[in-house]
Write a protein that binds this ligand. Structure first.
Ligand code: FE2
Length: 296
């Protein structure tokens, strides 16, 4: 296994070669990958033609797989293309056809184009995400990553002090609201309870590297002790800082790429592609975090 660093200036992202993810992997190799994820946050594996079973097996080396969302009015269980262990990040319906432009499932999925970390709206937020590109867009559809440790390091000391103990409320309701989607109108009162905001600290630390990072996402809609409009502007300003060119790695997908990222220390978003005419079949497995970061 060999790793070449992608954003050398800040030590962010790596491309891994000389490894076959369809094979059984030695625990020392897994440990090395895990260490590199803590250090580099994003790892790219090229030419990994894996099936669902192989993706699940490889994912389980890193912890417990987080199940897909609940059966909702937006996507019912019988409308899922993939097993419950997968997050379907494609633009495809159960018949493998692109979602119609006005389909609520498409609207909902467009939230992935906002900067976010996966599952920060869960009490125990996710650790890693693994995304396998089974079929990728010919034009666009890149995934862009931001290094939230370097973004933290570059904050003014006064800003670091200001955000050190801040508590934010994350929910899919807030991120979708940014796109003009009102989940309250789409769902029953019972159903909407599954999306109640959860508390997360704005600054967190990696236990292995002891580096601090900003735990930011478009899922934030409230900050404790702050007025609503101030919150939105504060999040937008911080977003602008964290997504400066110097903190980024943009992944241009080739078929059979597999990308793993650390949600605890990075943010990401999908970029535009013509989802009405292109097919993008990308399948995500998510590794659960180990604990709540803050009492709810
Ligand atoms: Fe995501």
């Amino acid at each position: 296994m060999r790793i070449e660093i992608l954003n050398k200036k800040i030590g962010f992202g790596g491309i891994v070669s000389n490894i076959d993810l369809t094979k059984d992997l030695d625990k020392n190799i897994i440990k090395k990958i895990d260490n590199e994820l803590n250090n580099l946050c994003v790892l790219v594996f090229k030419n990994q033609k894996i099936n669902d079973e192989q993706q699940l097996k490889f994912s389980k080396y890193f912890g417990e797989i987080e199940g897909a969302g609940k059966n909702t009015t937006i996507r019912k269980s019988n409308e899922r293309r993939l097993s419950d262990s997968f997050g379907d990040v494609s633009n495809l319906d159960v018949n493998n056809k692109p979602f119609k432009k006005t389909d609520n499932k498409r609207y909902f999925a467009l939230g992935n184009r906002l900067w976010h970390t996966d599952a920060s709206f869960k009490k125990v937020p996710a650790k890693y995400s693994l995304l396998s590109g089974r079929k990728v867009a010919k034009v666009g559809g890149e995934t862009q990553f931001s290094d939230m440790r370097s973004a933290y390091d570059k904050l003014l000391e006064s800003k670091k002090k200001q955000i050190e103990t801040m508590v934010c409320y994350h929910s899919l309701i807030y991120s979708r609201h940014r796109l003009g989607i009102d989940m309250h109108k789409m769902m029953s009162k019972e159903e909407i309870k599954n999306f109640e905001p959860v508390k997360q600290p704005l600054v967190r630390m990696n236990n292995l590297t002891k580096r601090k990072s900003i735990f930011l996402a478009s899922h934030i809609g409230e900050i404790e002790g702050m007025e609503k409009p101030d919150t939105i502007l504060f999040v937008n300003d911080l977003m602008e800082h964290c997504t400066k060119d110097m903190f980024l790695y943009t992944h241009q997908w080739d078929e059979n790429d597999l990308v793993i990222w650390d949600n605890r220390q990075s943010m990401h978003r999908g970029l535009y592609y013509d989802d009405q005419n292109e097919i993008r079949d990308v399948r995500r497995t998510t590794i659960s975090g180990s604990e709540m970061l803050i009492a709810q």
